[in-house]
Design a protein around this ligand. Structure first.
Ligand SMILES: [Zn+2]
Length: 335
């Protein structure tokens, strides 16, 4: 299973990944630095296992400033009774732990964006070493993978669960069935701006059933979106047959992201004014945001127009925007 050309991972788990019951520990990664010569990065991990059955790998904090996933997963790790499990649940509530501790998207140690670091390297940066461990030691164990995201400090989304359109239609159908079971208010057939190096791609290339979320954003979590996260992860475990009981259904509306025209980018620095709110309908050509120059008075704002009919699925969150920032995302309701 392991690539013989790669050296072993320096990461040592402090718990037995094959053990049963509820175990709470760390992935310990040696990290020598000024304030700790023989120190380590300690990434929290819980393994809750009971008998035979499928394995779910659940991750939050892939980006360190997104909170619905960590809130749901620290809670699940604390409360999930092994007696209620058939199989194994591996939980990493704060995957890029250095980033999570700093409250930043990327790691303060190496500026590593975990979701652009796969498949990682055993002899790379701290972020790459964590990715490599997930790639070679955790992903192969998993049947189903849920990686929580939200918009972080710079984006805000309508709350959705998503999977990708895949070349293997059987694998794709499994993923969309899992998205349906998560039962977020919106479900998305997702297009990526840049899929290279993503955890998603690593899991999908291994044939895993992979689902992800975008559950709000702005560098915080809301009561409603945390409820969606908590219910969604339990639904996914029921759907996978790891926890017994029926999926708690609620209506979900499917959205498509058919092309790059979904995304609109700022072409000026300035102050952004959203012209419609998340979830509102848009028509092609409609001004969805304006960017006001602030260096002087008397200049006209840049108008950002929707390139298709749909609804506003995401928007830039902070009041100030820079040229190149993603300003708005339009998705298309289907069925
Ligand atoms: Zn994210």
């Amino acid at each position: 299973m392991l690539d013989q050309n790669l050296r072993p991972s320096p990461i040592v788990p402090t718990i037995d990944l094959d053990g049963s019951g509820a175990q709470h520990g760390f992935l310990r990664l040696p990290f020598s630095r000024d304030d700790s010569a023989w120190g380590s990065v300690m990434v929290p991990i819980a393994v809750i296992s009971n008998g035979r059955g499928p394995t779910a790998l659940l991750t939050g904090g892939n980006h360190g400033d997104e909170y619905e996933g960590p809130l749901a997963l620290y809670d699940l790790a604390r409360t999930l009774d092994p007696q209620d499990v058939s199989g194994t649940v591996i939980i990493l509530p704060a995957l890029n732990y250095p980033a999570f501790k700093a409250g930043t998207r990327t790691s303060p140690i190496d500026k590593g964006n975990m979701n652009r670091s796969f498949p990682g390297r055993p002899d790379g940066t701290v972020t790459e070493k964590i990715a490599d461990y997930v790639q070679r030691h955790l992903l192969p164990r998993a049947d189903i993978v849920l990686d929580f995201h939200s918009g972080g400090r710079t984006l805000d989304f309508v709350p959705f669960c998503a999977a990708h359109v895949l070349p293997d239609k059987v694998q794709e159908a499994r993923a969309f069935a899992a998205v349906e079971a998560f039962a977020a208010p919106w479900s998305v057939k997702m297009l990526e701006i840049d899929a290279v190096g993503m955890f998603d791609t690593a899991a999908e290339d291994m044939g895993k059933t992979f689902v992800t979320t975008e559950l709000g954003g702005g560098g915080t979590a809301r009561a409603r979106t945390v409820r969606i996260a908590r219910r969604g992860v339990m639904n996914l475990l029921r759907h996978a047959g790891i926890v017994s009981g029926a999926v708690e259904q609620s209506p979900t509306a499917w959205l498509d992201m058919p092309s790059d025209d979904c995304f609109s980018f700022a072409e000026d620095d300035g102050m952004i004014e959203t012209m419609i709110d998340l979830g509102d309908r848009v028509e092609q050509g409609m001004v969805v945001a304006r960017i006001h120059g602030v260096g002087r008075t008397g200049t006209a704002p840049q108008e950002i127009r929707a390139k298709m009919d749909g609804l506003l699925a995401a928007r830039h969150f902070p009041g100030l925007v820079k040229a190149g920032d993603c300003a708005a995302v339009v998705a298309v309701p289907t069925g």
